[in-house]
Ligand binder design. Structure first.
Ligand code: HEM
Ligand SMILES: *[C@@H]1O[C@H](CO)[C@@H](O)[C@H](O)[C@H]1NC(C)=O
Ligand SMILES: *[C@@H]1O[C@H](CO)[C@@H](O)[C@H](O)[C@H]1NC(C)=O
Ligand SMILES: *[C@@H]1O[C@H](CO)[C@@H](O)[C@H](O)[C@H]1NC(C)=O
Ligand SMILES: *[C@@H]1O[C@H](CO)[C@@H](O)[C@H](O)[C@H]1NC(C)=O
Ligand SMILES: CC(=O)N[C@H]1CO[C@H](CO)[C@@H](O)[C@@H]1O
Length: 331
């Protein structure tokens, strides 16, 4: 029985390895990229992540989100990590990024890797590894991360308009994912990342008070469950509240599981973009299937698959870009 289960697990892992390896090869990345230049890279990142999440468990969500924001703007090239300069406002200081966290942890891992293998491991690869380890340590799935991304030298605030806003409808979400080579399945699966972490009131409070711009207590999003609406209003008492945090998957926001879909199916997704997954037959079917709680393994495999795709979007390789010494500065 046990050996049977082990064989099945190994079979699944092998399948994923080959799917991931082929998508990575197409992008110019390799599973063993640092095998001679920094053989312990994955172990070092993992050890640091254990320490980081032990000290601050709520960073699992932010570290996953950093990789998403990196990949959607100029590809997975570490551009999200760069600081603004007197002559340039960077992505980091644009509206969608004001709520990003975890930059200090990324630099901590970078410093550790600079000691072990100076000038070798890119910040873009570090983000991809930290996102994977964050999910694993939150009891989610694992996936192989092909390496060899190079760091970009450019980060432009207004390019964050390529990130989907929380107010986006289904059509817009599909367009914005398609612009990054990701499909409708990737959209519904990766939205499951909202099983981790928290959100500020002002990113969804239009749904509670000002959905059509009428700005009165009747002006609510009809797609939001009425009981949940009342609960959210008691936490988010005005449209101006930009400080109160809300667990996106209340009760299990530190653990990666399929319960996000149970919430969305009950019309308790926090953002308009979460609720939008019910407005299309294909994504609604996925949400409802996962809401049963019976197919979490399938969600885990799907999430691993889609993360492998997302983490290869428009990567720089070979002689492109550079290996930054500090993740927040170009060399
Ligand atoms: C589908 C389009 C998406 C939209 C519109 C969206 C929007 C947002 C917004 C507005 C927040 C709240 C930020 C805050 O208030 O601090 C958030 C948080 C988060 N998002 Fe998304 N997101 C999307 C897709 C994704 C994807 C693809 C991932 C990763 C696979 C992801 C992972 C997260 C995580 C983990 C958090 C919590 C961050 C924290 O705890 O600080 N999101 N998202
Ligand atoms: C974005 O900013 C760059 C300069 O940093 C500017 O050239 C470009 O026109 C801006 N694009 C938009 C859409 O505002
Ligand atoms: C979806 O949003 C876009 C703008 O982002 C808008 O042009 C479009 O009309 C909306 N579609 C629907 C069906 O509401
Ligand atoms: C209410 O929504 C309208 C339309 O989106 C917007 O112009 C207005 O600023 C909002 N009111 C407040 C108080 O945020
Ligand atoms: C929150 O809103 C206040 C008042 O409008 C503003 O001064 C502050 O910069 C905002 N904070 C964030 C994090 O957006
Ligand atoms: C995390 C982070 O870098 N946040 C920055 C976002 O932008 C504001 C200014 O607009 C900075 O003060 C924050 O440090």
């Amino acid at each position: 029985m046990a050996s049977m289960a082990a064989m099945v697990t190994m079979g699944v892992a092998a399948l994923f390895l080959s799917a991931a390896a082929s998508s990575a090869m197409a992008a110019g990345l390799q599973m063993d990229f640092y095998s001679s230049t920094c053989p312990r890279v994955e172990e070092i990142v993992k050890d640091e992540m254990v320490e980081i999440l032990r000290a601050a468990p709520t960073l699992a969500g932010p570290l996953l989100r950093l990789h998403f924001h990196d990949c959607f703007v100029r590809g997975c090239d570490g551009s999200v990590l760069l600081d603004s300069t007197p002559a340039n406002t960077a992505e980091k200081d644009a509206t969608p990024n004001l709520t990003l966290r975890g930059f200090g942890s990324v630099q901590r891992v970078k410093d550790r890797l600079e000691q072990a293998c100076p000038g070798t491991v890119s910040c873009a690869d570090i983000l991809a590894l930290m996102a994977r380890d964050a999910v694993v340590l939150a009891r989610g799935p694992s996936w192989p991360v092909a390496l060899g991304r190079r760091d970009g030298r450019v980060s432009i605030a207004n390019e964050t308009n390529q990130l989907p806003p929380p107010t986006a409808n289904f059509t817009r979400l599909v367009q914005m994912f398609a612009a990054k080579g990701l499909g409708v399945k990737d959209l519904v699966v990766l939205s499951g990342g909202h099983t981790l972490g928290t959100a500020h009131c002002n990113l969804f409070s239009d749904r509670l008070y000002n959905f059509t711009g009428a700005n009165n207590l009747a002006d609510v999003d009809p797609a939001l469950d009425a009981t949940y609406l009342a609960r959210l209003r008691s936490r988010c008492q005005s449209l101006a509240d930009n400080t109160t945090l809300n667990e996106m998957d209340p009760g299990s926001f530190l653990s990666f599981d399929a319960s996000y879909y149970r919430l969305v199916a009950k019309r308790r997704g926090l953002f308009h973009s979460d609720a939008a997954l019910l407005s299309d037959p294909a994504t609604r079917a996925y949400v409802q299937r996962q809401a049963t709680g019976l197919f979490a393994d399938e969600f885990f495999r799907d999430f691993a698959d889609s993360m492998v795709k997302m983490s290869t979007v428009d990567v720089l390789t070979g002689a492109q870009g550079e290996i930054r010494k500090k993740c927040y500065l170009v060399n």
